[in-house]
Design a protein around this ligand. Structure first.
Ligand SMILES: NC(=O)C1=CN([C@@H]2O[C@H](COP(=O)(O)OP(=O)(O)OC[C@H]3O[C@@H](n4cnc5c(N)ncnc54)[C@H](O)[C@@H]3O)[C@@H](O)[C@H]2O)C=CC1
Ligand SMILES: CC(=O)N[C@H]1[C@@H](OP(=O)(O)OP(=O)(O)OC[C@H]2O[C@@H](n3ccc(=O)[nH]c3=O)[C@H](O)[C@@H]2O)O[C@H](C(=O)O)[C@@H](O)[C@@H]1O
Length: 424
């Protein structure tokens, strides 16, 4: 690869500003990292393709009294020749359910067009093992830079827990790099911004660890969903079983049943691991079964509602309590309760919803009827109520009073099956 780095430096209109960071992608992940980097003393330029996201980031930062050295733009021409580049764009599945890295590739294109010698590129987005050493390295080398000499490359996957952790300093950061020099550069940056950094021996270890964390959650949630039905058939309350098992001071991490693990990470990220495992002929059948069970979970819950109503949902009115993907978080992405609403409607029911965290009926909720007060549903009391997401503040003991049939995929309603609640 020709070493054009020096030429590129000379041609750039911007001199390399000391301590400048560019954050590409200003969503849930990029925005707090940009803020933390500014708080750590870096001059930070955020970039988002979506002008609304860039404007929202600036407004949020202003509201927090963010330092003036923090700015956001949707115009790549306004990006400086930064010393540190952080890739924080989404990594979704495509329509066929395959991992889609096209946004990471586009972000890399924005970055490498402005790379200067000495810069550090860090992949933060959740990607498949090999993305750093493959996709990222190729993009940098194609621009004429030698990784580890001209430009430094590392990966530090995000591990924030939405709704529970506040910022990049809350969770230790894994850090993998392509070489020693890159690891040192990455470590110096992240220790300043995030505090606790855990260096690992390769980018692939960091990538796989991130995917293992979320795969572990998917498999265990799917197991609990299945056991929940079994325990119910045995007449044993699942939550009491898990709480009892969790008193063991080692060797057991509690997971809970629900309407289906949702969001845009737990059902998605394991596919990145599975894709690479399949490529080397080692696809995990256990992971495949868990993913399939999780996809099928909302349909199983709806079938439970149908059975409780005598078999057919046609013309019945069913209220879903809580529609976000997890309790306490106003995020509808990949939310299992949305699948419940769609499946109920597809089977001829009138689907209603209530959620104190969702004021309006935006996009995916538009086809369904909002019940601002679940005790006074439009059109009168529903035939059945099903717990979609147990939002903080829900009076679960009162759930069975909302309709003749109450369905609980979580095992949370007091009294459970003994109190006439349908446990699914
Ligand atoms: N949301 C979360 O709590 C967590 C997310 N992650 C991972 O972090 C990554 C980012 O996720 P989020 O921040 O949640 O996504 P997001 O959807 O909230 O935000 C991403 C932003 O990137 C922008 N974008 C897309 N392509 C771009 C490009 N080429 N150039 C510039 N901007 C671009 C989008 O317009 C959007 O505003 C994903 O890989 C995700 O799996 C990991 C852990 C936690
Ligand atoms: C706590 C934790 O490890 N969080 C990681 C996770 O966050 P996310 O917001 O997806 O939460 P979480 O996994 O709890 O719920 C997902 C779904 O499972 C359901 N869920 C969950 C637990 C359970 O016991 N039962 C259950 O049904 C639950 O109701 C949801 O429907 O993925 C993030 C990511 O990589 O983006 C990581 O950065 C986070 O650190």
């Amino acid at each position: 690869m020709p070493d054009t780095g020096l030429l590129r430096d000379a041609a750039l209109p911007n001199p390399l500003p000391a301590g400048t960071v560019a954050v590409i992608g200003l969503g849930y992940v990029g925005r707090p990292i940009a803020l933390a980097a500014a708080a750590a003393g870096f001059a930070v330029s955020g970039f988002d393709l979506d002008p609304a996201a860039a404007a929202a980031a600036e407004a949020a930062w202003r509201g927090l009294g963010a330092p003036g050295r923090l700015s956001a733009t949707a115009d790549p021409a306004r990006l400086p020749a930064a010393q540190t580049w952080l890739i924080c764009v989404p990594t979704p599945l495509d329509a066929a359910g395959r991992p889609d890295l096209s946004l990471v590739e586009a972000a890399l294109a924005t970055c490498v067009a402005r790379l200067v010698r000495g810069a550090l590129v860090c992949l933060v987005s959740t990607c498949q093992p090999g993305a750093t050493n493959g996709t990222c390295r190729r993009a940098i080398e194609a621009a004429g830079f030698a990784v580890g000499r001209d430009v430094f490359l590392c990966v530090s996957p995000e591990r924030e827990n939405p709704g529970a952790t506040d910022g990049p300093r809350d969770v230790p950061r894994l850090l993998g790099a392509t070489d020693e020099a890159s690891l040192a550069r990455g470590r110096a940056f992240w220790e300043r911004v995030a505090g606790r950094v855990i260096p690992v021996a390769s980018p692939e270890i960091a990538e796989c660890a991130k995917l293992l964390e979320n795969t572990y959650r998917l498999v265990n949630v799917a197991l609990m969903d299945e056991l929940h039905r079994g325990f119910a058939a045995l007449g044993v309350p699942t939550r009491a079983v898990v709480e009892a098992a969790a008193t063991k001071p080692f060797g057991f991490a509690p997971f809970w049943p629900g309407a289906g693990a949702g969001g845009h990470c737990i059902p998605v990220d394991p596919e990145f691991l599975q894709m690479e495992l399949a490529r080397v002929g080692a696809a995990s059948s256990l992971l495949a079964a868990a993913a399939e069970a999780n996809r099928a979970r909302p349909a199983a819950v709806v079938e439970g509602v149908a059975r409780a109503l005598g078999g057919s949902l046609a013309g019945r009115r069913v209220l879903v309590m809580g529609v976000t993907y997890k309790p306490g978080v106003a995020d509808l992405r990949g939310a299992a309760p949305l699948a419940l609403l769609r499946l109920l409607a597809a089977r001829g029911a009138e689907a209603l919803w209530h959620d104190p965290l969702v004021a309006e009926g935006p996009g995916p909720l538009a086809p369904f009827v909002r019940a601002a007060d679940p005790a006074r549903c439009p059109g009168g009391p529903p035939d059945a109520v099903v717990l979609g997401t147990p939002q903080p503040g829900f009076d679960l003991a009162a759930l069975p009073r909302l309709a003749a049939v109450a369905v609980d995929p979580f095992g949370l309603v007091p009294g459970g099956a003994a109190a006439g609640v349908r446990v699914v």
